[in-house]
Unconditional design. Structure first.
Length: 331
């Protein structure tokens, strides 16, 4: 039975069993403590074993191939080794593999997992200064992505309009979002049309399009007691517009009054590392609304996730209000 068809408790129990099965392939004792940290796209567990702590990610089915997972890990490692961006190192299996292949104990599907070092720290608050740091880190990652020769077999998916709005949209159709009525469908339909038009005109030249984190928000930064910043959760990294990383920075609170100040901070930090022409900055709101519409679809297709349940129809309504303001300027 697929995980999404199970109750929350049954899903956690089954995934915990998969995590314990995965540990058999690592240098971990059988009585290690396994604690669920998060259940969203993947299941992420904290593993405590004789004073050592690691993080084990069990990948969801039918999202990434093993080759795509290895590609993610290759960039994550290159950023740490070549760009001075602190990322978690990968703990290999006993066989020296970065990706664990987890054979089913019954007639279930093969799954895959990755173990990372545990990095200390907490999510920084959403202040202008923190967004300046986020913008600067993002620019360092983009600078590396432009110069990095990708290894043979590198493959990641794309964050383009087809991934967002196409027949096989990655997170489902925004039209199936929570709280959709006639007015909401009409408003967001107009928004999609304008986003498509503006993004087509913006184009995907090498200075605007490349390898991105694609979920680079404060929740995926860890700041330790020394002030050192780590970047985590590259599961959505892929090819997209560089400014999409700005759109992701304000995920889930795009409507709040503080956002313009935070965006200004992000842009100031970004410019410490890379130039950002005025024509690119002019599309900042386009990428914020592009992300908002993607997340509307995500909420509709992830109703079993606590965050999606909390946001619900209110997120759709807030998105419509944002859309109306955007359309009054750009439609």
């Amino acid at each position: 039975m697929p995980i999404h068809d199970l109750s929350a408790a049954d899903a956690v129990a089954r995934l915990t069993a998969v995590a314990r099965q995965a540990l058999a392939g690592y240098d971990v004792t059988p009585d290690a403590d396994v604690t669920l940290l998060e259940l969203s796209e993947n299941a992420t567990f904290q593993v405590d074993d004789a004073g050592a702590r690691t993080v084990l990610r069990i990948h969801r089915l039918d999202y990434h191939s093993p080759e795509a997972i290895r590609s993610e890990l290759a960039w994550l490692s290159a950023l740490r080794d070549q760009a001075g961006v602190r990322t978690p190192s990968v703990v290999p299996t006993r066989d020296g593999e970065p990706v664990a292949r987890i054979e089913p104990s019954d007639d279930g599907p093969v799954r895959h997992g990755v173990m990372f070092e545990f990095l200390p720290g907490t999510e920084p608050p959403a202040r202008r200064t923190d967004f300046e740091s986020l913008g600067e880190i993002t620019a360092r990652m983009h600078r590396h992505a432009r110069q990095w020769p990708r290894p043979a077999g590198f493959t990641r998916f794309r964050w383009d309009t087809e991934a967002a709005f196409g027949q096989r949209a990655r997170w489902g159709r925004w039209r199936d979002g929570v709280g959709m009525g006639t007015e909401e469908l009409a408003t967001l339909g107009r928004l999609e049309a304008v986003l498509r038009r503006r993004l087509a005109a913006y184009g995907a030249s090498p200075d605007r399009w490349g390898l991105i984190h694609a979920d680079l928000r404060l929740a995926n930064l860890l700041v330790d007691d020394t002030g050192a910043v780590s970047v985590i959760d590259f599961d959505d990294c892929g090819c997209g517009w560089y400014l999409y990383d700005l759109g992701t920075a304000v995920s889930f609170f795009e409507h709040e009054p503080r956002v313009p100040e935070l965006v200004d901070g992000w842009l100031a930090g970004y410019r410490k590392v890379l130039d950002l022409p005025a024509a690119d900055e002019a599309e900042a709101r386009t990428f914020i609304l592009f992300r908002r519409l993607l997340l509307t679809a995500w909420i509709g297709s992830h109703t079993g996730v606590e965050l999606a349940r909390e946001l619900g129809a209110g997120y759709t309504q807030g998105g419509c209000e944002l859309a109306e303001r955007y359309l009054s300027r750009f439609a």
